[in-house]
Design a protein. Structure first.
Length: 503
C-alpha cells in the first residue's frame, strides 16, 4: 500500500497550488483556446518516482518481502483451503521444473545430433577429398603412361630437342618424393608436353577448379588411400572345398569332445572306491536303515555275461545317507557323461559314430557293475538272514527233542497270545505229575520182575497160566493206562502229553 507513488514524496501538483481534484488532466477537456498544460513536467516527475521505488525494492532481500498483507484473499481462507492452494502451487512448480528438465534434455539431444551431423559431414568431405585426390593421381599416372618413351623427331625439330636436353632439371621436393603421391609440377624431359608434335597421342586436357586441386603437401592426419582390392569370383569348386573343410573341422571338433569325455570318465573311475558297507532301507520302513556289509570283491562283477539282477523291490532299495553318497555321486556323474555323449553329433562319419558307441558301452558297463555290486550285497544279506533263522529253528527243535523247553521271550517278531501261554503252563504242571506217576509205576514193575525171576518152579501152574494169556509189555500197559487217564483233558493238552510220553 505504501509503495504507491503518491506516498513516496510524489507531488502531483505544484506546492503553491491548492488541492482541487477537478484540476487533474483526466477531468479537463482540452480547449483549443486555453493554454497547453505542462504535461512534460508531470511525466518526468512520475518516471523519477517510479525509478526510485524500483531501486528501493531491489535493495530488499527476498525473505524480507512479506506478501501476507498484500494477498488479503489468502488471509481470508481457512487452513484447508490454504493447504489446497499450497499443494497446487507446489504441483505447478514441479510441473515447471519437469518442463525445464525436458527442455534441457531436448536441447542436449539436439546438440548431440548436430555434432553428429557435423562429424558425418566432415568425414564425408574428407573421404571425397581423398577419393578425388586418388582419382587425379590415377588420371595423371595414366596420362604419363600413355606418352611414348621415344619419338621420331624430324630434322627440323632436333635443335629443339637438344635445347630441351641441355636445360637443367628442376630439383625434386623430398617431402613429396617419399609419399605415394605423384608430383604433377615436376616433370622429366620425357614427360614434356608434345601436343604440337603428336596431337593424336596426347590426352585431352581437362580444366580443374581450385576446389578440385589436391594439396601439394598433405597433412600428417590424412592417410593415403589404399589400393583397391581385387574382386574375387567364387565358383562351385570353391563352395565344395569350403563345405569339405567345414565338415572336416566339425568332425575333428566332435572327436576332440569325445576324447575329453572319455578322459573325464577314466579319471572318475580311477578316483572311485567301492564301499565296504552299504546302507539299505528296511523292508516296510520309510525312515530306518540297515547297514549291510559288502563281502564280494568288485572284480567279481567284471563279467558281462551275467544278466542284471532283479531286486528293485521295496526290500532292496538304497538309502540316501552320507555313507551312500559316493555311490549316488558316481552313478549321477556317469549319467551326465552319457547325456553329453548323446549331445555330440557324428556328422555322418562312421568312425566317429563307432567311437561314440564304444564310449557309451564302457560307461554303461561300469554302471551295470556298480548296480550288481550293491544288489549282490543285499542278496547276500538276505541269504545270511535266512540261514541264521534256519539255524535257530533247528536248535529250538533239538532242544525240544531233548526235553528242554526254552523260555519264550517276547519280541516284535514272535508274540504269543496270553491264552496259549496259560494253556502251556497248565500242560507243564500235568506233565510233571504224569512223570512222577510213571516213575512210581516203573519202580514197582521192576521190583515185580525181580520177584518173578526169584520165584521157584513151585509156581509152574501159575506161570503157564500167565504164558497162556496174551501178555502185554509193561511199558505199553503203563502207556495205555495213562492215555485212558487223560482222555478227559482238552484237545490242546493231549498232544503235548503224548509228545512227552513218547520221549
Amino acid at each position: 500500500m505504501y509503495g504507491n507513488p503518491w506516498y513516496n514524496n510524489y507531488n502531483s501538483y505544484p506546492s503553491n497550488a491548492s488541492y482541487n481534484p477537478y484540476l487533474h488532466p483526466s477531468y479537463q477537456q482540452p480547449s483549443p483556446y486555453g493554454p497547453v498544460p505542462a504535461r512534460g513536467y508531470y511525466d518526468a516527475d512520475r518516471a523519477r518516482a517510479l525509478a526510485e521505488q524500483r531501486a528501493r525494492r531491489a535493495q530488499y532481500l527476498p525473505d524480507e518481502v512479506s506478501d501476507e498483507e498484500d494477498n488479503w484473499q489468502y488471509n481470508q481462507l481457512d487452513p484447508r483451503e490454504r493447504a489446497y492452494l499450497n499443494a497446487k502451487k507446489r504441483q505447478e512448480m514441479l510441473e515447471q521444473q519437469q518442463r525445464q528438465r525436458a527442455l534441457q534434455e531436448q536441447q542436449r539431444l539436439q546438440a548431440l545430433e548436430q555434432r553428429r551431423r557435423e562429424e558425418e559431414a566432415r568425414l564425408r568431405m574428407q573421404e571425397e577429398q581423398r577419393n578425388h585426390a586418388r582419382l587425379q593421381r590415377e588420371q595423371e599416372a595414366q596420362r604419363v603412361c600413355n606418352i611414348p618413351d621415344s619419338y621420331d623427331f624430324d630434322a627440323e625439330h632436333k635443335p629443339q630437342e637438344k635445347r630441351f636436353s641441355r636445360s637443367p632439371m628442376p630439383p625434386r621436393d623430398r617431402s613429396t618424393s617419399r609419399g605415394p603421391t605423384i608430383n604433377t609440377h615436376v616433370r622429366s624431359p620425357s614427360s614434356v608436353r608434345t601436343d604440337h608434335l603428336h596431337p593424336q597421342s596426347a590426352a585431352p586436357h581437362t580444366p580443374r577448379s581450385p576446389s578440385q586441386a589436391s594439396p601439394r603437401n598433405p597433412g600428417p592426419n590424412v592417410r593415403p588411400p589404399s589400393p583397391p582390392k581385387p574382386q574375387v569370383h567364387y565358383t562351385e569348386e570353391h563352395e565344395k572345398a569350403a563345405t569339405v573343410i567345414q565338415q572336416r573341422y566339425r568332425i575333428h571338433a566332435a572327436s576332440k569332445k569325445l576324447d575329453s569325455i572319455s578322459a573325464q570318465f577314466q579319471e572318475l573311475k580311477s578316483k572311485f572306491t567301492y564301499p565296504s558297507s552299504i546302507d539299505f532301507q528296511k523292508p516296510g520302513e520309510s525312515e530306518e536303515t540297515v547297514n549291510v556289509p559288502a563281502t564280494r570283491a568288485p572284480s567279481d562283477f567284471d563279467d558281462d555275461s551275467e544278466e542284471p539282477m532283479e531286486v528293485d523291490g521295496p526290500q532292496g532299495k538304497l538309502a540316501y545317507t552320507s555313507k551312500n553318497y559316493p555311490l549316488h555321486q558316481y552313478a549321477d556323474s556317469m549319467d551326465k557323461l552319457l547325456m553329453k555323449l548323446d549331445g555330440i553329433e557324428s556328422w555322418g562319419d562312421k568312425g566317429l559314430r563307432l567311437k561314440r558307441r564304444q564310449y557309451v558301452k564302457e560307461i554303461e558297463k561300469e554302471e551295470q557293475k556298480l548296480e550288481r555290486y550293491w544288489k549282490q550285497a543285499w542278496v547276500d544279506y538276505l541269504a545270511s538272514q535266512s540261514k541264521s533263522q534256519k539255524q535257530e529253528t533247528s536248535a529250538s527243535t533239538s532242544q525240544e527233542a531233548n526235553g528242554f523247553v526254552p523260555e519264550v521271550q517276547e519280541t516284535p517278531d514272535t508274540l504269543v497270545d496270553e491264552e496259549v501261554q496259560t494253556d502251556m503252563d497248565i500242560d507243564e504242571k500235568h506233565h510233571s505229575e504224569v512223570l512222577k506217576q510213571t516213575e512210581e509205576v516203573q519202580t514197582e514193575m521192576s521190583d515185580g520182575v525181580q520177584a518173578e525171576e526169584i520165584q521157584t518152579e513151585v509156581d509152574d501152574e501159575h506161570r503157564e497160566e500167565r504164558k497162556g494169556r496174551d501178555h502185554k509189555p509193561i511199558v505199553r500197559f503203563v502207556k495205555e493206562e495213562l492215555e485212558e487217564a487223560f482222555k478227559e483233558n482238552s484237545k490242546k493238552r493231549a498232544p503235548s502229553l503224548k509228545r512227552h510220553i513218547t520221549t
